[in-house]
Ligand binder design. Structure first.
Ligand code: GLN
Length: 288
């Protein structure tokens, strides 16, 4: 006698019970949709549909990895960010919804129509690609120190048909001399001894994309200190950082000569972005 077939609802219910995540049902639906090609809506409208043996076996293999903690984005090989679906590998940070706030703030800045923009440490290319999608007139470049990340960001740009130039460079170190109107970055900013590094998705992401010295600020210090050499008069620097780093990052901006230094909140209401405008000289009133 053959095994009794399993309906999609039975498969999902059992899987959701095994996954230890706040989004266990969603995770199960995403994995089942991935192996069957069926929409998530269909799991609700046609719950008694039987899952064939082949996709079921592939689902079970992915489920074992999810139960062991592997991020959904790694199992699916992709992650949605802004209006884009990005290819994702274990070589880079998985794009986070909170980083969409950085994109929103960048789009509100008073910039030239053909702004020159650099995304430092682009990873999948998420920020640069979202900006290029929204502002076709901007000249958006990106860089990353990790060769596999450069390849992945280029692959995403090509797949999405977006004209983002991706260079291999550790922050500004290997870039040809040039000036930008806007520099953005979501650098590593977690302190080396942070206990969150032992929990959840970050266990499967590269430390180079997450950890930055004893206080988490090593990379931000370098970026903020060097950015003035790469910004045009009136250009902007906009960075993401940890929820408790806004004061320290604002101080770095002011020391480096930035004006209009301010922080903005993420979707959780935490100060997670800091920005400032660079002026070479102190601005003087024309009448003085
Ligand atoms: N926001 C990420 C996290 O806390 C870290 C991202 C980063 O270091 N740039 O998981």
């Amino acid at each position: 006698m053959s095994e009794p077939s399993l309906t999609s609802e039975a498969v999902l219910r059992e899987a959701a019970a095994r996954i230890d995540s706040e989004t266990s049902r969603l995770d199960a639906e995403l994995l089942l949709s991935h192996v069957t090609g069926w929409s998530r809506t269909s799991f609700r409208t046609w719950p008694e549909r039987e899952v064939p043996a082949d996709p079921l076996a592939r689902f079970q293999a992915l489920l074992v990895r999810r139960v062991a903690g592997e991020p959904i984005a790694h199992l699916l090989g992709e992650q949605d960010f802004w209006s884009l679906t990005l290819a994702v590998t274990p070589d880079t940070l998985i794009p986070r919804p909170d980083t969409e706030c950085l994109v929103e703030v960048a789009l509100e800045l008073p910039l030239p129509a053909e702004a020159r923009v650099m995304d430092l440490g682009t990873g999948t290319g998420a920020i640069a690609l979202a900006l290029a999608k929204e502002r076709p007139q901007w000249r958006v470049s990106a860089c990353d120190a990790v060769p596999d990340a450069v390849a992945l960001a280029r692959h995403n740009a090509q797949r999405l048909g977006l004209p983002v130039q991706v260079e291999a460079s550790h922050w500004f170190d290997d870039l040809p001399a040039q000036r930008f109107d806007l520099i953005v970055s979501n650098p590593p900013y977690i302190a080396a001894d942070d206990r969150h590094l032992a929990e959840g998705d970050v266990r499967f992401e590269p430390a180079t994309a997450l950890v930055s010295g004893a206080d988490g600020l090593d990379d931000l210090r370098q970026i903020v200190t060097q950015a003035p050499d790469w910004l045009d008069e009136g250009g902007w620097l906009l960075v993401e950082h940890g929820y408790d780093q806004a004061t320290a990052v604002q101080a770095l901006f002011r020391q480096a000569g930035f004006w209009a230094v301010q922080s903005r909140q993420d979707y959780g209401g935490q100060d997670r972005l800091t920005l400032g405008q660079f002026h070479r000289r102190e601005r003087r009133d024309a009448s003085c």
